[in-house]
Design a binder for this molecule. Sequence first.
Ligand code: SF4
Length: 352
Amino acid sequence: MSVYPLPIAAPLIEWYQHAARKLPWRETRDAYHIWVSEVMLQQTRVEAVLPYYARFIAALPTIATLAEANEDRLLKLWEGLGYYSRARNMRRAARVVRQSHGGVLPQDVKALLRLPGIGPYTAGAIASIAYNIPAPAVDGNVLRVLARLCNSTLDITLPATRQLARAAIAAMLPAGAPGTFNQAMMELGACVCLPNTPPLCGVCPLCAFCAGHRGSAAASLPVKSKKAPRRQEDLTVFAIRRCGRVAVRKRDSSGLLAGMYELPNAPGHLNEAAMLAQLAAWGVTIAGAFTRHTAKHIFTHVEWHMRVYTLHAGGAHMTDRARPADNVLPAGWAWADEASGHALPSAFKKCL
Ligand code: SF4
């Protein structure tokens, strides 16, 4: 079974015009704002994106402000969204746009694709929504809707299937409203043709065109090949507290959570004696009792099983109770709290 174009534009757009959720990035044609929203939406649910989007646009309202943003500030704005390399890539792309495109995102799909971090989906979304260019924007929602509409059993994780889907969507785009069509397809996938649950075919504007619905196979589509199992990693995390703050340090500049702040940690699940030995090796002294609990965090390819020790820093230099002295921590570590501007990934926040 293949994926083929269908005459769905008119009923889809009519449905979208009355059913679409009111969202701030749908109230604008500003290409930069649409870009920010699309990158954030690739990471999490619409409801979760709303406060991030508002905060990001308020802090960095233009491409110029993003290009100039300090990395710690940028990562603080992204804190909790995950995939921090996307935020860094946006800043790199903003610098290219400032340098080579007069500070405005190019009105050309090929030029958009040359910017760091912008792939076919994001380029298609920016081009069609902001600039009315007839470019397909095929995300997971669209792949699912299309597979069901066409009763396709092609594996949607394969690049060849995505390419075919982009060609099919390109052939369906209505002249004059490509951005509305793309957004309507995504909205249908998010609100009607649902993932991991039976689709709501009874209220779907495309029911009459849907081969998956006719063949009663829609709920079992799309076909996705199984991902490799996630790597399991044990680690011991130290939540070292003092005066309402917690000790943090910077991660390596490459690998998982590159360059982010972290709670100090060590590989494996350390028992209490090994934990105390590790603190001694760092030169950190503690005062009073400590507690232990566990936490888990799931990344795309790895799962962390964390044994967390919560401790209170001691030390002869702790004379100022309002602000802990840095000299009770190893070089390069710092005391962090909500106001200090250190971006702490969710994996570590859940340890606190
Ligand atoms: S009819 Fe059902 S399966 Fe087909 S597109 Fe609509 S919701 Fe999805």
